[in-house]
Design a protein around this ligand. Structure first.
Ligand code: DON
Length: 462
């Protein structure tokens, strides 16, 4: 479906014929379609021309699927939603210490255009309010405003997965009516926090606010943040993983201006809104959402965008503080294949153990899923229990073939445990059919039988 009031997601090239996610989005859209509260922003005259009835929702998953309903392909200017992405660029260009020294990360609890500057230094509270955003924009590397803006446009485009254009009429309108932003820039320049030329700084800021996007673009940009900085539709690594995390943190605490606290309480997702009616929200590691509905509440946030985000978060149980039932790694203990298990006699000649007098000669432990701190801790406990007692095996095979991802913390913990186990005379080898070398401390084989053969060889040598 493509127009207002139509059914869900038929316009999506990626949509499935039966699409429960698109259907759920469609129901949420229908639920709030008749909410006509709020006003379209007109303090920048050009923004006042938006269609107040437009209501588009899009969701992009970290696997790259797109779900869209309503006016999800209608272009509008990105406005303040550019701020988190430009913050990421400033972090990459100037480094975290420099950026933090110039712009704080404290929620201001004030309106987007407030004079929220640290007394004495003129340091703005955070990069999501106008003052902080103007300063952040000035920290982006470039020989002049043109190059600085082109680098910003390039980053926004790569996050959206297509080349984004500027709405010149909105840009001119911003430029003509942007005296409050100029005033903020002059105050910061007077205090010494803004060192760039005021006109150049606000010019780039006005241009970044005038970049045209759709709800699908916003959802793709949000999904790039959800996906650790890699655009899931193009596969391009656009931002570093830590920059993505830092940006999401500031979005969570400051993204919705003086509604940020209640937003985090109710919706529980990092988000950012803009005065043209766009909202992005991010479910880390899962997906990004882009919404468009131009009527704003008194704080400058889209009325239907906020309401629909709250419903999406509730229906899909997305609140960041929600305790997720953890899928613990599965441990499979495999009795040794007696045909393969051999022990050495006194002369060092292999003899078949035959019916395996001790079933613990070789233990096979298989782990699956995403190994991070909590699941690695479970694996450590299993390894320790299996090798601590008097019935410890002489060799242990750790099968990592079904591990989907291994966090460096998990790898370090497992490596340390394997070293300890080996210091007690137990041979430890790993199996990974994909040969990823997830752990550094042990010999790795592609199949369990090769690993068993290696354990057998080890016994021969004794
Ligand atoms: O600074 C301004 O006035 C706008 N161009 C951008 C502000 C904005 O989107 C605030 N968001 N709610």
């Amino acid at each position: 479906m493509t127009g207002a009031g139509q059914g869900p997601s038929a316009a999506s090239p990626d949509a499935l014929p039966f699409d429960p996610i698109g259907d759920a989005l469609g129901r949420i859209r229908t639920e709030f379609l008749d909410d006509h509260r709020g006003e379209v922003a007109d303090y920048i005259p050009q923004l006042g021309e938006a269609d107040p009835a437009a209501f588009g929702l899009a969701l992009v998953g970290v696997a790259g699927s797109v779900y869209r309903v309503g006016e999800a392909d209608v272009p509008f200017t990105i406005q303040s939603i550019s701020k988190p992405f430009v913050y990421a660029l400033a972090l990459a260009d100037a480094g975290i210490d420099d950026v933090l020294g110039r712009v704080g990360v404290e929620p201001s609890g004030e309106a987007f255009n407030a004079i929220s500057l640290e007394p004495g230094t003129g340091r703005p509270s955070n990069p999501m309010i106008n003052a902080g955003a103007i300063l952040t924009t000035s920290l982006v590397r470039g020989t002049g405003p043109d190059e600085r803006f082109e680098r910003i446009r390039d980053l926004l485009s790569r996050c959206a997965g297509r080349v984004l254009e500027v709405d010149d009429a909105v840009f001119r309108s911003e430029h003509e009516t942007g005296d409050r932003n100029r005033a903020l820039a002059y105050l910061m320049r007077h205090a010494g926090s803004l060192t760039a030329d005021v006109e150049a700084a606000v010019d780039t800021y006005f241009r970044q606010c005038s970049v045209l996007v759709t709800a699908v673009d916003l959802a793709t940009m949000a999904a790039t943040l959800a996906n650790g900085g890699v655009n899931p539709r193009t596969g391009e690594e656009v931002l570093g993983q830590s920059a993505a995390e830092q940006v999401l943190t500031v979005m969570a605490t400051c993204g919705m201006y003086d509604y940020s606290g209640e937003w985090l309480f109710r919706v529980g997702l990092p988000a950012k809104s803009g005065v043209s009616g766009g909202v992005v929200a991010v479910s880390p590691s899962q997906f990004g959402i882009g919404l468009y509905s131009p009527r704003l509440d008194g704080r400058g946030n889209s009325v239907r965008g906020v309401a629909a985000s709250e419903a999406i978060s509730e229906r899909f149980t997305l609140h960041l503080m929600h305790q997720v039932g953890r899928t613990a790694p599965t441990f499979e203990r495999v009795a040794p294949d007696v045909g393969l298990v051999v022990a050495a006699d006194d002369q060092g000649t292999s003899v078949s153990v035959g019916d395996a007098p001790r079933n613990a000669d070789v233990a096979v432990l298989a782990v699956q899923g995403y190994l991070e701190f909590a699941s690695a801790e479970q694996a450590l406990l299993a390894l320790r229990t299996r090798t601590d007692d008097t019935d410890s095996p002489e060799a242990l095979i750790l099968d990592l073939g079904h591990v989907t991802r291994c966090h460096p913390v998990a790898a370090a913990l497992l490596d340390a445990m394997i070293e300890q186990i080996e210091s007690r005379g137990v041979t430890v080898v790993t199996v990974d059919r994909r040969e990823r070398r997830l752990l550094a401390s042990s010999a790795e084989f592609t199949t369990r039988s090769e690993a068993l053969a290696r354990c057998r060889g080890g016994w021969r040598e004794r």
